[in-house]
Design a protein. Structure first.
Length: 409
């Protein structure tokens, strides 16, 4: 018996939702249409109020102007408003009455004008106050977007605007901003994950190479040529470790510091001096200076790296004999200052900016230097920016540099 073919399977339901058709532009409650209706309605209401006030004032003025300024009593005309002659010819009497009526009409018009001006001033004050309140209500989503952007500037990428309300331009802007924040958060998360993985993958082989080289160098039976080669490779390996550490620190310090603690720049500078004192004595460089307490909010390890890089550079790039390095800290103008000055070669002002670029040194090649890997000042600038501060370099008269790091207290 032939097999009966199975009925065709039901096609799977789509996992995507069909895009809803947007209404025509002129039917959307856009901010342009809302502002048009708002201010058009305000103008209409203000016009109705002004016409009503003018109508009432005009009616009152006409009522005052229509009252006769005289009375006929016992065949004689008397008036408390007009100065009418008691005995005069008909022409003179009529001219006096006409003048009195014109005067009263002019007085009524002046009163109408004065009261209309007062009504206009009062209505203008009310209109400006109402317009200010309505404009604040309409533009309040922009303030919400601005506050969220400020929080995001502090590396709090988890913040979202999530603006509700009519589907206008402001909601479209907020939704676009939220989408951008989603992409930025994913990018920063991937960058942090990459830095962590690279830190492990790059340090491990370098540490193994260093251990193997040290073991071979400790062998007393090793020939002198092999020991010399081992020392060269060990120096190269150490330089690679410094380069990797500098690159990883540079990648981490590009972001602002979220967790901050009180850090005294005087203590940070003293620790950096202690770590550099041996090298300074070998090079014949004296370290001096006064360090006053200057407490800032930040990361102590990164701030110590700023001081260490600046002091090391000041010691290494110095004069052969009689050189000195002056390290000072102080509070000035609401800022904490770390100043490192040194003697050394004359530095042209136009080359100052190049010193802060990675792998750049003053009149030296990118490789082959025993003074570092060329990342010290780049790291110092990145750490200073991450703390909301800045670093400035100035040529010192007679040679050398003056490095000023200013951080908010």
């Amino acid at each position: 018996m032939p097999a009966v073919p199975a009925p065709p399977a039901t096609p799977p339901k789509p996992t995507w939702e069909p895009k809803q058709q947007e209404p025509p532009y002129w039917l959307r409650p856009t901010i342009r249409i809302r502002l048009t209706l708002l201010y058009g309605g305000m103008f209409l209401i203000a016009g109705i109020l002004l016409l009503s006030i003018i109508y009432m004032l005009a009616a009152q003025a006409l009522h005052v102007g229509s009252e006769l300024p005289f009375e006929i009593v016992n065949g004689q005309v008397t008036s408390t408003v007009c100065n009418l002659p008691e005995k005069a010819s008909p022409d003179t009497f009529n001219a006096a009455m006409n003048s009195c009526v014109n005067h009263q009409r002019q007085q009524a018009l002046d009163t109408l004008l004065n009261r209309s001006l007062l009504a206009l001033v009062g209505l203008s004050v009310i209109a400006f106050a109402f317009g200010y309140a309505m404009a604040g209500r309409v533009l309040s989503p922009l303030g919400r977007i601005t506050r969220t952007a400020r929080r995001v500037a502090g590396t709090d990428l988890s913040r979202r605007i999530e603006l509700d309300g009519p589907d206008d331009e402001l909601k479209e802007l907020a939704d676009t901003f939220d989408e951008m924040l989603d992409r930025l958060e994913r990018a920063f998360t991937a960058q942090q994950r990459f830095v962590g993985n690279a830190s492990h993958e790059l340090r491990t082989p370098l540490a193994i190479n260093r251990t193997l080289l040290e073991v071979h160098l400790s062998d007393p039976q090793a020939p002198p040529e092999l020991k010399q080669l081992g020392k060269t490779l060990l120096a190269t390996n150490e330089r690679s470790e410094q380069l990797v550490e500098g690159l990883l620190l540079l990648a981490r310090s590009d972001n602002q510091i979220v967790e901050r603690k009180p850090v005294d720049l005087a203590e940070v500078a003293s620790r950096a001096i202690d770590q550099t004192r041996g090298e300074a004595e070998e090079r014949g460089v004296a370290i001096r200076g006064e360090r006053s307490p200057a407490v800032v909010q930040g990361n102590g390890v990164l701030l110590e790296r700023i001081a260490l890089n600046l002091v090391q550079n000041a010691v290494r790039y110095n004069v052969p004999e009689g050189g000195w390095v002056e390290v000072g800290t102080e509070l000035q103008g609401g800022q904490a200052l770390l100043v490192v000055a040194n003697t050394g070669p004359v530095v042209p002002a136009y080359e100052i900016d190049n010193l802060f670029e990675p792998f750049r040194r003053l009149r030296t090649e990118r490789t082959g230097s025993d003074k570092g890997v060329g990342l010290g000042l780049s790291i110092a600038r990145s750490v200073a920016r991450a703390h909301g501060g800045r670093i400035i370099a100035e040529p010192r008269e007679g040679g050398g540099l003056v490095m000023r790091v200013s951080l908010p207290v």
